[in-house]
Ligand binder design. Structure first.
Ligand SMILES: [Ca+2]
Ligand SMILES: [Ca+2]
Ligand SMILES: [Ca+2]
Length: 375
Protein backbone atom coordinates (compact mmCIF):
# COMPACT_ATOMS: atom_id res chain seq x y z
CA UNK A 1 0.00 0.00 0.00
CA UNK A 2 2.97 2.24 -0.40
CA UNK A 3 1.92 5.69 -1.57
CA UNK A 4 -1.66 4.91 -0.97
CA UNK A 5 -2.23 6.06 2.56
CA UNK A 6 -5.86 5.76 3.44
CA UNK A 7 -7.29 8.71 5.28
CA UNK A 8 -10.61 7.71 6.50
CA UNK A 9 -12.87 9.59 8.83
CA UNK A 10 -15.81 7.87 10.29
CA UNK A 11 -18.52 10.31 11.15
CA UNK A 12 -21.30 9.06 13.30
CA UNK A 13 -24.12 11.38 14.07
CA UNK A 14 -25.74 10.94 17.46
CA UNK A 15 -29.08 9.35 17.07
CA UNK A 16 -31.87 11.74 17.93
CA UNK A 17 -35.34 11.13 19.08
CA UNK A 18 -36.83 7.94 20.39
CA UNK A 19 -36.67 9.49 23.86
CA UNK A 20 -40.17 10.74 23.26
CA UNK A 21 -41.54 9.42 26.52
CA UNK A 22 -41.63 12.84 28.17
CA UNK A 23 -45.08 14.32 28.08
CA UNK A 24 -45.24 17.70 26.43
CA UNK A 25 -42.26 16.42 24.35
CA UNK A 26 -41.93 15.78 20.67
CA UNK A 27 -45.34 15.42 19.14
CA UNK A 28 -46.52 11.92 18.44
CA UNK A 29 -46.03 10.90 14.85
CA UNK A 30 -42.85 12.86 14.41
CA UNK A 31 -40.51 10.86 12.11
CA UNK A 32 -36.82 10.83 12.93
CA UNK A 33 -34.31 9.44 10.44
CA UNK A 34 -30.61 9.05 10.94
CA UNK A 35 -27.86 8.00 8.54
CA UNK A 36 -24.18 7.52 9.44
CA UNK A 37 -21.45 8.09 6.88
CA UNK A 38 -17.94 6.97 6.18
CA UNK A 39 -15.77 9.43 4.30
CA UNK A 40 -12.27 8.78 2.94
CA UNK A 41 -9.84 9.80 0.24
CA UNK A 42 -9.10 7.08 -2.29
CA UNK A 43 -5.40 6.35 -2.67
CA UNK A 44 -3.32 8.20 -5.27
CA UNK A 45 -1.89 6.20 -8.24
CA UNK A 46 1.54 4.66 -7.66
CA UNK A 47 4.47 6.95 -8.44
CA UNK A 48 7.41 5.82 -10.68
CA UNK A 49 10.24 3.98 -8.98
CA UNK A 50 12.47 6.36 -7.09
CA UNK A 51 9.84 9.04 -6.92
CA UNK A 52 8.44 9.75 -3.50
CA UNK A 53 4.67 9.74 -3.19
CA UNK A 54 3.04 13.12 -3.30
CA UNK A 55 0.13 14.36 -1.24
CA UNK A 56 -3.21 12.70 -1.64
CA UNK A 57 -5.28 15.17 -3.58
CA UNK A 58 -8.21 12.91 -4.31
CA UNK A 59 -11.62 14.26 -3.32
CA UNK A 60 -13.23 12.47 -0.39
CA UNK A 61 -15.55 9.65 -1.01
CA UNK A 62 -18.65 9.38 1.16
CA UNK A 63 -20.32 6.06 1.95
CA UNK A 64 -23.64 6.30 3.77
CA UNK A 65 -24.87 3.71 6.19
CA UNK A 66 -28.29 2.21 5.98
CA UNK A 67 -30.83 4.67 7.48
CA UNK A 68 -32.44 4.20 10.89
CA UNK A 69 -36.01 5.50 10.82
CA UNK A 70 -37.98 5.99 13.99
CA UNK A 71 -41.30 7.67 14.75
CA UNK A 72 -42.35 9.23 18.07
CA UNK A 73 -45.16 7.25 19.68
CA UNK A 74 -48.18 8.63 21.53
CA UNK A 75 -47.71 9.05 25.24
CA UNK A 76 -50.80 10.07 27.21
CA UNK A 77 -51.00 11.96 30.46
CA UNK A 78 -52.96 14.71 32.14
CA UNK A 79 -52.67 17.11 35.03
CA UNK A 80 -55.44 18.60 37.13
CA UNK A 81 -54.59 21.29 39.67
CA UNK A 82 -54.74 22.37 42.42
CA UNK A 83 -54.05 19.12 44.21
CA UNK A 84 -55.56 18.39 47.59
CA UNK A 85 -56.82 15.78 50.01
CA UNK A 86 -59.98 15.81 52.13
CA UNK A 87 -57.85 16.69 55.14
CA UNK A 88 -55.78 19.27 53.27
CA UNK A 89 -57.93 20.59 50.44
CA UNK A 90 -56.20 22.45 47.66
CA UNK A 91 -58.83 25.17 47.71
CA UNK A 92 -61.65 26.20 50.02
CA UNK A 93 -64.61 28.40 49.32
CA UNK A 94 -67.40 29.41 51.67
CA UNK A 95 -70.86 28.85 50.28
CA UNK A 96 -74.22 30.09 51.39
CA UNK A 97 -76.68 27.23 51.95
CA UNK A 98 -78.90 26.82 48.95
CA UNK A 99 -76.64 28.83 46.70
CA UNK A 100 -74.08 27.64 44.18
CA UNK A 101 -70.49 27.26 45.34
CA UNK A 102 -67.71 27.11 42.75
CA UNK A 103 -64.31 25.42 42.90
CA UNK A 104 -61.88 26.30 40.12
CA UNK A 105 -59.46 23.87 38.46
CA UNK A 106 -57.04 23.78 35.58
CA UNK A 107 -57.01 20.67 33.40
CA UNK A 108 -54.04 20.20 31.11
CA UNK A 109 -53.42 17.58 28.46
CA UNK A 110 -49.79 16.73 29.08
CA UNK A 111 -49.79 14.08 26.37
CA UNK A 112 -47.76 14.57 23.23
CA UNK A 113 -50.92 14.13 21.24
CA UNK A 114 -54.53 15.19 21.32
CA UNK A 115 -56.58 13.43 23.96
CA UNK A 116 -59.95 13.49 25.63
CA UNK A 117 -60.01 13.77 29.40
CA UNK A 118 -63.02 12.00 30.86
CA UNK A 119 -64.29 13.72 34.00
CA UNK A 120 -66.04 12.62 37.14
CA UNK A 121 -66.42 13.89 40.68
CA UNK A 122 -66.79 12.72 44.24
CA UNK A 123 -68.11 14.25 47.43
CA UNK A 124 -67.85 13.48 51.12
CA UNK A 125 -70.31 14.15 53.93
CA UNK A 126 -73.23 15.01 51.70
CA UNK A 127 -74.99 13.74 48.63
CA UNK A 128 -75.67 16.79 46.51
CA UNK A 129 -74.61 16.35 42.88
CA UNK A 130 -71.57 18.12 41.53
CA UNK A 131 -71.80 19.77 38.13
CA UNK A 132 -68.55 20.26 36.22
CA UNK A 133 -68.49 23.19 33.83
CA UNK A 134 -65.92 24.08 31.18
CA UNK A 135 -64.96 27.71 31.03
CA UNK A 136 -65.90 29.48 27.81
CA UNK A 137 -62.51 31.12 27.58
CA UNK A 138 -62.91 34.24 29.68
CA UNK A 139 -61.68 32.59 32.90
CA UNK A 140 -64.70 33.97 34.74
CA UNK A 141 -67.38 31.67 36.05
CA UNK A 142 -70.79 32.21 34.54
CA UNK A 143 -73.30 29.38 34.74
CA UNK A 144 -75.09 30.70 31.67
CA UNK A 145 -71.97 30.54 29.51
CA UNK A 146 -69.77 27.85 31.03
CA UNK A 147 -71.46 24.68 29.91
CA UNK A 148 -71.65 21.42 31.78
CA UNK A 149 -68.99 18.96 30.68
CA UNK A 150 -68.29 15.29 31.29
CA UNK A 151 -65.18 15.27 29.14
CA UNK A 152 -62.68 17.69 27.61
CA UNK A 153 -61.13 17.30 24.18
CA UNK A 154 -57.72 18.92 24.35
CA UNK A 155 -54.84 19.34 21.94
CA UNK A 156 -51.39 18.32 23.10
CA UNK A 157 -50.32 20.72 25.82
CA UNK A 158 -53.67 22.52 25.93
CA UNK A 159 -55.10 23.72 29.25
CA UNK A 160 -58.65 24.71 30.12
CA UNK A 161 -60.30 26.03 33.24
CA UNK A 162 -62.87 23.75 34.81
CA UNK A 163 -65.40 24.62 37.50
CA UNK A 164 -66.85 22.18 40.02
CA UNK A 165 -70.15 23.58 41.20
CA UNK A 166 -72.58 22.39 43.86
CA UNK A 167 -75.51 23.76 45.74
CA UNK A 168 -74.07 24.46 49.15
CA UNK A 169 -75.60 21.98 51.60
CA UNK A 170 -77.86 23.38 54.28
CA UNK A 171 -75.82 21.86 57.06
CA UNK A 172 -74.42 23.69 60.04
CA UNK A 173 -72.26 26.72 59.46
CA UNK A 174 -68.60 25.83 59.31
CA UNK A 175 -69.19 22.30 58.06
CA UNK A 176 -66.64 21.00 55.57
CA UNK A 177 -67.97 19.49 52.35
CA UNK A 178 -64.99 18.00 50.48
CA UNK A 179 -65.27 17.62 46.71
CA UNK A 180 -62.94 15.88 44.28
CA UNK A 181 -62.52 16.16 40.54
CA UNK A 182 -61.19 13.10 38.74
CA UNK A 183 -59.78 13.04 35.22
CA UNK A 184 -58.96 9.97 33.15
CA UNK A 185 -57.14 9.89 29.82
CA UNK A 186 -59.26 8.40 27.08
CA UNK A 187 -56.13 7.41 25.17
CA UNK A 188 -54.64 5.60 28.15
CA UNK A 189 -57.12 4.79 30.89
CA UNK A 190 -54.27 4.02 33.27
CA UNK A 191 -53.52 7.75 33.40
CA UNK A 192 -55.74 9.18 36.12
CA UNK A 193 -55.47 12.36 38.18
CA UNK A 194 -57.65 12.01 41.26
CA UNK A 195 -55.84 13.96 43.96
CA UNK A 196 -57.82 17.15 43.51
CA UNK A 197 -59.88 17.52 46.67
CA UNK A 198 -61.23 20.96 47.41
CA UNK A 199 -63.66 22.06 50.06
CA UNK A 200 -66.90 23.99 50.24
CA UNK A 201 -67.39 25.27 53.76
CA UNK A 202 -70.96 25.99 54.66
CA UNK A 203 -71.30 29.61 55.63
CA UNK A 204 -73.92 31.42 57.58
CA UNK A 205 -77.27 31.81 55.93
CA UNK A 206 -78.76 34.94 57.36
CA UNK A 207 -82.48 34.58 57.28
CA UNK A 208 -85.49 35.06 59.38
CA UNK A 209 -89.22 35.37 59.39
CA UNK A 210 -91.50 37.55 61.48
CA UNK A 211 -95.15 36.66 61.80
CA UNK A 212 -97.60 38.86 63.60
CA UNK A 213 -101.10 38.11 64.77
CA UNK A 214 -103.66 39.86 66.95
CA UNK A 215 -106.10 38.33 69.44
CA UNK A 216 -109.08 39.85 71.18
CA UNK A 217 -109.43 39.21 74.92
CA UNK A 218 -112.75 40.96 75.25
CA UNK A 219 -112.87 43.89 77.58
CA UNK A 220 -111.97 42.33 80.94
CA UNK A 221 -108.41 43.51 81.46
CA UNK A 222 -107.97 41.20 84.41
CA UNK A 223 -107.85 38.26 82.00
CA UNK A 224 -104.68 39.56 80.40
CA UNK A 225 -101.77 38.06 82.28
CA UNK A 226 -98.66 39.18 80.43
CA UNK A 227 -96.16 37.26 82.47
CA UNK A 228 -96.31 34.39 84.82
CA UNK A 229 -95.60 34.59 88.49
CA UNK A 230 -92.33 36.24 89.22
CA UNK A 231 -92.02 37.59 85.76
CA UNK A 232 -91.56 34.22 84.07
CA UNK A 233 -92.11 34.75 80.35
CA UNK A 234 -95.21 33.07 79.09
CA UNK A 235 -95.33 31.02 75.94
CA UNK A 236 -97.35 31.99 72.93
CA UNK A 237 -99.83 31.35 71.51
CA UNK A 238 -101.18 29.61 74.61
CA UNK A 239 -104.01 31.74 75.94
CA UNK A 240 -102.65 33.85 78.69
CA UNK A 241 -105.67 33.19 80.85
CA UNK A 242 -107.12 29.80 79.99
CA UNK A 243 -110.70 29.68 78.88
CA UNK A 244 -113.16 29.34 81.71
CA UNK A 245 -110.76 30.31 84.44
CA UNK A 246 -112.16 32.75 86.91
CA UNK A 247 -111.25 36.27 86.02
CA UNK A 248 -109.62 38.25 88.79
CA UNK A 249 -112.39 40.75 88.23
CA UNK A 250 -115.01 38.14 89.23
CA UNK A 251 -116.24 37.01 85.81
CA UNK A 252 -115.01 34.21 83.59
CA UNK A 253 -112.25 34.67 81.08
CA UNK A 254 -113.27 34.03 77.49
CA UNK A 255 -111.06 32.24 75.03
CA UNK A 256 -109.00 34.70 73.02
CA UNK A 257 -110.32 35.22 69.53
CA UNK A 258 -107.98 35.50 66.60
CA UNK A 259 -108.58 38.83 64.95
CA UNK A 260 -105.95 38.89 62.27
CA UNK A 261 -102.76 37.22 61.13
CA UNK A 262 -100.63 37.15 58.01
CA UNK A 263 -103.41 35.49 56.05
CA UNK A 264 -105.94 38.19 56.87
CA UNK A 265 -106.82 40.73 54.24
CA UNK A 266 -108.56 43.96 55.03
CA UNK A 267 -109.15 45.50 58.46
CA UNK A 268 -111.10 43.70 61.16
CA UNK A 269 -113.50 45.45 63.51
CA UNK A 270 -112.74 46.19 67.13
CA UNK A 271 -114.53 48.29 69.70
CA UNK A 272 -113.44 50.83 72.31
CA UNK A 273 -111.93 49.31 75.47
CA UNK A 274 -111.36 46.00 73.69
CA UNK A 275 -108.20 44.24 74.82
CA UNK A 276 -105.94 43.35 71.94
CA UNK A 277 -102.89 41.15 72.26
CA UNK A 278 -100.30 41.35 69.50
CA UNK A 279 -98.17 38.23 69.18
CA UNK A 280 -95.01 38.69 67.19
CA UNK A 281 -92.98 35.56 66.43
CA UNK A 282 -89.50 35.85 64.96
CA UNK A 283 -87.73 32.73 63.69
CA UNK A 284 -84.10 32.45 62.67
CA UNK A 285 -84.47 30.28 59.58
CA UNK A 286 -80.76 30.34 58.82
CA UNK A 287 -78.07 27.90 59.87
CA UNK A 288 -76.09 30.36 61.95
CA UNK A 289 -76.75 32.82 64.72
CA UNK A 290 -78.31 36.19 63.95
CA UNK A 291 -76.23 38.78 65.73
CA UNK A 292 -77.88 41.50 67.78
CA UNK A 293 -81.36 40.27 66.85
CA UNK A 294 -83.95 42.47 68.55
CA UNK A 295 -87.68 42.03 68.11
CA UNK A 296 -89.66 45.26 68.41
CA UNK A 297 -93.24 46.38 68.26
CA UNK A 298 -94.99 49.69 68.74
CA UNK A 299 -98.10 50.54 70.71
CA UNK A 300 -100.13 51.90 67.82
CA UNK A 301 -102.06 55.12 67.81
CA UNK A 302 -105.45 55.10 69.55
CA UNK A 303 -104.29 52.33 71.85
CA UNK A 304 -102.83 52.42 75.30
CA UNK A 305 -100.40 49.95 76.77
CA UNK A 306 -101.44 47.25 79.19
CA UNK A 307 -98.42 44.97 79.57
CA UNK A 308 -95.76 43.07 77.66
CA UNK A 309 -94.40 39.56 77.81
CA UNK A 310 -92.45 37.19 75.69
CA UNK A 311 -90.54 33.97 75.40
CA UNK A 312 -87.69 32.22 73.66
CA UNK A 313 -87.57 28.66 72.34
CA UNK A 314 -84.24 28.02 74.00
CA UNK A 315 -83.17 28.05 77.61
CA UNK A 316 -81.36 31.37 77.47
CA UNK A 317 -83.17 34.19 79.22
CA UNK A 318 -84.69 37.09 77.36
CA UNK A 319 -84.45 40.76 78.22
CA UNK A 320 -86.97 43.55 77.66
CA UNK A 321 -86.48 47.19 76.83
CA UNK A 322 -88.59 50.27 76.16
CA UNK A 323 -85.81 52.38 74.73
CA UNK A 324 -83.44 49.85 73.14
CA UNK A 325 -80.71 50.90 75.55
CA UNK A 326 -81.76 49.81 79.01
CA UNK A 327 -82.57 46.13 79.30
CA UNK A 328 -84.18 44.18 82.11
CA UNK A 329 -85.17 40.60 82.77
CA UNK A 330 -88.50 41.72 84.24
CA UNK A 331 -91.03 43.00 81.76
CA UNK A 332 -91.26 46.77 82.28
CA UNK A 333 -94.62 48.37 82.87
CA UNK A 334 -96.30 49.99 79.90
CA UNK A 335 -99.61 50.47 81.62
CA UNK A 336 -101.42 53.43 80.12
CA UNK A 337 -98.52 54.38 77.88
CA UNK A 338 -99.00 55.37 74.26
CA UNK A 339 -96.66 55.37 71.29
CA UNK A 340 -94.06 53.29 73.09
CA UNK A 341 -91.78 50.86 71.28
CA UNK A 342 -91.23 47.65 73.17
CA UNK A 343 -88.35 45.29 72.48
CA UNK A 344 -87.25 41.79 73.42
CA UNK A 345 -83.96 40.01 72.71
CA UNK A 346 -82.02 36.95 73.81
CA UNK A 347 -79.17 37.67 76.21
CA UNK A 348 -77.05 34.89 74.82
CA UNK A 349 -73.88 35.88 76.68
CA UNK A 350 -75.68 36.41 79.95
CA UNK A 351 -74.34 39.87 80.76
CA UNK A 352 -77.82 41.32 81.40
CA UNK A 353 -77.76 43.67 78.47
CA UNK A 354 -78.12 43.33 74.73
CA UNK A 355 -75.23 44.10 72.42
CA UNK A 356 -73.76 42.83 69.16
CA UNK A 357 -72.31 40.01 71.25
CA UNK A 358 -75.79 38.56 71.64
CA UNK A 359 -77.51 36.51 68.99
CA UNK A 360 -80.58 34.53 68.14
CA UNK A 361 -79.35 30.99 67.41
CA UNK A 362 -80.14 29.04 64.30
CA UNK A 363 -83.76 27.90 64.28
CA UNK A 364 -84.38 29.92 67.44
CA UNK A 365 -87.85 31.37 67.92
CA UNK A 366 -88.39 34.61 69.82
CA UNK A 367 -91.88 35.74 70.75
CA UNK A 368 -93.06 39.15 71.86
CA UNK A 369 -96.49 39.70 73.40
CA UNK A 370 -97.84 43.21 73.46
CA UNK A 371 -101.09 43.70 75.32
CA UNK A 372 -103.00 46.84 74.51
CA UNK A 373 -106.44 48.33 74.96
CA UNK A 374 -108.38 50.31 72.45
CA UNK A 375 -108.96 53.85 73.69
CA1 LIG B 1 -53.90 16.66 40.46
CA1 LIG C 1 -66.55 31.76 31.74
CA1 LIG D 1 -75.81 40.25 76.41
Amino acid sequence: MKGSSLKAVLIVTALLGASSALADGTPAGTAISNVATLTFQPPMPPTPPGTPPGPNTNPPTVIPSNPINVVVDKVYNLLITPDGTPAAPGQTVTGVPGQTAVLTYTVKNTSNTADTVNLSSAVQNFSDPVTLRKDDGDNVFDATKDTAATSLSLAAGESVRLYATITTPNNAAGTSNPINVIGTSQGDASKVDNNNWGNVTTGNAAGGTVDKSAYSYGTDASCLVPTGPGGTPVAAPTPLAPTGTPAPSGGTCAAPVLLADKTTTGPVKIIPNELIQYRVVATNTGNGPLSNAILRDLIPANMRGVSIGGSFSGTTKVLFSLNGTTWSAAAPSISGQEGVTVAIAVDSNGDNTITAEDSLPAQGVLTLLLNTQVK
